[in-house]
Design a protein around this ligand. Structure first.
Ligand SMILES: Cc1cc2nc3c(=O)[nH]c(=O)nc-3n(C[C@H](O)[C@H](O)[C@H](O)COP(=O)(O)OP(=O)(O)OC[C@H]3O[C@@H](n4cnc5c(N)ncnc54)[C@H](O)[C@@H]3O)c2cc1C
Length: 280
C-alpha cells in the first residue's frame, strides 16, 4: 500500500518545528528516521497531513558530557550509538543494545528520539531508558519540560508527548567505574523485535540496583530495588520474588509469555553475576 497524500517540510530549528506542528491543528507529525512512521503511513495506520522533518535540527543532533550525565540529541541514530560516535554514559550498555536493533540499514536512519516517541513496548530504548533513570527533555509552545523515562510511556504506542511538542534530547546519568549491567533480549531471529527483554543494572557506588522486565503489553516493569531479586535468582533460581515481579509485570503464570519472560529474567541475572564489571 501507499501512504495517503501529505505535505513535507524540513525544520531548521526546534522552534520552527514546534510552530509548524502547532499550526497544523493536530494533523502534523514530526518525522526523524521514518523507520516506524513510514511503515505506519504506508499501511494507513497513520495519516498525517504534514510531516515535519526534525533530522536537521542542530539541537536534536547535539550531544554533550555534563560531568554527571551525558545528553544525547533525539535525532542521534542507533548506528551512531553502536559505533561510539557519541559520548557514552553507560560503560558500553547503549552500544551493546544499539547493535541488536533491527539491521544496519534501519540503524543508520532510525533515531533514539523516534524510537522513544513511537513507544513500541517491544523496542529497545523504551525499556533501557527507565533502567538508566534517564530523563526526556521536551519542547513545545509552552516551553520546556522534563519527563522521567520511567513515566514516559503511558501505554502501547502512547506517551505523554503533546501533539505540538518535540523530544529534544535524553539525559542519561553516568554509571560509576564499577557499575555492572546485563541486557537479555529474546528474539527468534537477529533484527527482530523482542518477545521478552530483561536487564539489570548494579551500581553500588551510586546506591543503584535496578531491573527491568520489558516487551510487555504496555510500559516496562521497573524493579527499583532489585538486590533481593538478584540474590534469589543467584542462589535458588526463580522463586517467590521473581514470580511476584513477573505477576506485577502483568504476565499470567503458565502462559507462553510468562515462561519466555521468566527465562529472560534468569538469563539477565546470570549474565550480570558472571560479568566482571562493565559489560555482561
Ligand atoms: C525491519 C525493522 C526492524 C526493527 N527492529 C527493531 C528492534 O529490534 N528494536 C527496536 O527498538 N526498534 C526496531 N525497529 C524500529 C526502529 O528502531 C525505528 O528507528 C524507531 O522505532 C523509530 O525511529 P525513527 O527515527 O525512524 O522514527 P520515525 O519513524 O521517524 O518516527 C516514529 C514516531 O516518533 C515520532 N518522532 C520522531 N522523532 C520525534 C521527535 N524528535 N520528537 C517527537 N516525536 C518524534 C514520529 O512522529 C512518529 O510518531 C525496527 C524497524 C524496522 C523497520
Amino acid at each position: 500500500m501507499k501512504s495517503a497524500p501529505f505535505d513535507y517540510t524540513r525544520a531548521a530549528q526546534g522552534s520552527e518545528a514546534i510552530a509548524r506542528l502547532s499550526g497544523s491543528q493536530g494533523l502534523g507529525k514530526p518525522v526523524a528516521g521514518g523507520q516506524s512512521l513510514g511503515p505506519m503511513m504506508n499501511m494507513r495506520l497513520a495519516q498525517p497531513a504534514l510531516l515535519v522533518d526534525v533530522r536537521g535540527v542542530p539541537e536534536l543532533l547535539h550531544c554533550e558530557d555534563t560531568g554527571e550525565a551525558v545528553v544525547l540529541g533525539a535525532a542521534v541514530t542507533h548506528a551512531a550509538i553502536e559505533d561510539g560516535r557519541v559520548p557514552d554514559a553507560t560503560r558500553g550498555l547503549m552500544a551493546h543494545v544499539a547493535q541488536g536493533i533491527a539491521y544496519r540499514a534501519v540503524r543508520t536512519r532510525g533515531t533514539l528520539g523516534g524510537s522513544l516517541a513511537h513507544a513500541d513496548p517491544a523496542a529497545d530504548w523504551i525499556n533501557v531508558m527507565p533502567l538508566l533513570d534517564a530523563r526526556c527533555i521536551v519542547a513545545g509552545p509552552a516551553g520546556r519540560r522534563e519527563i522521567a523515562c520511567a513515566a514516559w510511556m503511558l501505554g502501547t504506542f502512547t506517551t505523554g508527548l503533546g501533539e505540538d511538542e518535540i523530544l529534544v534530547s535524553v539525559r542519561i546519568p553516568k554509571l560509576s567505574a564499577r557499575a555492572r549491567w546485563s541486557y537479555y533480549k529474546f528474539n527468534r531471529k537477529p533484527g527482530e523485535f523482542a518477545e521478552a527483554i530483561s536487564a539489570f543494572l548494579d551500581d553500588p557506588a551510586r546506591g543503584v540496583c535496578r531491573a527491568v522486565i520489558g516487551a510487555l503489553d504496555g510500559p516496562p516493569h521497573l524493579v527499583a530495588n532489585a538486590r533481593a531479586l538478584l540474590e534469589e535468582l543467584r542462589t535458588s533460581g526463580l522463586g517467590a520474588l521473581g514470580r511476584a515481579e513477573l505477576k506485577a509485570a502483568g504476565l499470567q503464570a503458565g502462559s507462553y509469555e510468562y515462561r519466555v519472560h521468566a527465562v529472560a529474567l534468569s538469563r539477565a541475572a546470570h549474565a550480570l553475576l558472571v560479568s566482571e564489571g562493565g559489560t555482561a
